[in-house]
Design a protein around this ligand. Structure first.
Ligand SMILES: [Zn+2]
Length: 387
């Protein structure tokens, strides 16, 4: 029986949650994965069919930490900015992302979140906008990185309640030692948001207390926190040793040395690593001057820094992050894949719908060549990008 709008990928190396196999096929119907099989697909199958000639069919990538791309930034607070970002990320294999804010005065953050809430419910013709990641302003000035210290402040319930009223907040990054953050963790968890520690000088003990309150993630592990000290484990020691914590990594080989990427994956296990880009407006653009949440940033040879030399987000794309972590760890594509797919989907509580190739899940699928270049991206059954 032919179904209108159905789509068949065949002769693919299909990467499912349980393993990968050659000469597989996946039938997409109504935006979802309808059937998966091996060998020659049933003849009746689909309206549109693509022979992948042995290329790999993967679940779409999910990026929990993306500020901007192509000269646009989440803090622009315009639908156009988010749609351009969504299209750019989709070309690099991302089928779902969180638009990430920066430390700013209350009104610009609220405007950015309202904009995210609006665009979440409209088609993007790109990666699905899954919500907002509010990074700051409740951060530690001493570990500000590229965030503007002038806008850092204690957590104020009157402010963050308004964030949650937008319905956009999926993930919050805060420093657990900042006044008011304990109440904020409780509030966020009650309102189904994920809470991450970042831009922090928290002690190991402060991290443990935050975990008891519901902290489950660490934002760009190693960056914007004290290095590991064997007598003062701090945020890094807590991140690497506490099973309750998953760790975001920027695998661009600039923010973290490949040897430390390997160390982090060994310490946490693949299932507790989440690859992110931390991409800013310079992603997909030539070297030059850009703004990151209102802060002037120079991109030189693809590396983004503020005037005082702090790394200021990245120009990384997530499929390159995946390739880099495979190179750093020696893991296979199949083994490394959850770090950019299932783990971030699970962190958001979306793994019943997203994050792997399984019957009934959203048809968020990508085709990659042997070098992990993305040749096709499908978002909920719609081909968004094809080389
Ligand atoms: Zn950051």
């Amino acid at each position: 029986m032919r179904v209108t709008g159905s789509f068949l990928f065949h002769n693919a190396r299909v990467h499912t949650e349980d393993g990968s196999f050659e000469r597989g096929w996946v039938l997409v119907e109504g935006g979802r994965i309808a059937r998966i099989g091996r060998g020659v697909p049933p003849p009746e199958s689909a309206v549109e069919s693509t022979d992948l000639q042995g290329q790999a069919l993967l679940p779409g990538l999910v990026d929990l930490h993306a500020h901007g791309a192509l000269g646009h930034d989440t803090m622009d607070a315009t639908p156009e900015a988010l749609r351009e970002m969504a299209r750019f990320y989709a070309r690099h294999g991302v089928t779902g992302f969180l638009a990430t804010t920066m430390s700013s005065p209350p009104l610009p953050i609220l405007a950015a979140l309202r904009n995210v809430a609006e665009v979440m419910h409209a088609p993007t013709r790109g990666a699905a906008l899954l919500g907002a990641h509010v990074e700051g302003p409740h951060l530690d000035v001493e570990r500000r990185g590229c965030q503007d210290p002038a806008h850092m402040r204690p957590a104020d319930p009157d402010e963050y309640r308004r964030w949650f009223e937008t319905g956009a907040v999926a993930l919050l990054t805060l420093a657990p030692e900042v006044p008011g953050s304990q109440e904020m963790i409780r509030y966020a968890v009650e309102h189904s948001a994920v809470v991450a520690a970042g831009h922090t000088r928290a002690s190991y003990e402060q991290m443990c207390r935050a975990v008891k309150l519901g902290l489950t993630q660490v934002t760009h592990l190693f960056n914007a926190m004290d290095p590991l000290h064997h007598r003062q484990p701090g945020a890094v020691g807590a991140a690497l040793s506490l099973d309750a914590l998953s760790c975001q990594l920027i695998a661009d080989n600039v923010h973290i040395h490949p040897a430390v990427l390997k160390l982090a994956v060994r310490a946490k296990g693949v299932e507790r690593i989440i690859l992110i880009t931390d991409a800013m407006a310079g992603a997909g653009m030539p070297d030059g001057q850009y703004s990151l949440g209102g802060l002037a940033v120079t991109v030189r040879q693809g590396v983004a820094r503020t005037a005082d030399g702090a790394l200021a987000g990245s120009t990384l794309t997530l499929e390159r992050g995946l390739a880099n972590i495979i190179a750093a760890t020696g893991l296979s594509l199949q083994q490394a894949l959850p770090m950019a797919t299932l783990n971030p989907a699970r962190a958001l509580g979306l793994d019943a719908r997203k994050g792997s190739i399984a019957v009934g899940k959203d048809a968020d699928l990508i085709v990659v060549d042997a070098e992990l270049n993305v040749v096709l991206t499908m978002v909920t059954g719609e081909v968004i990008h094809r080389l």
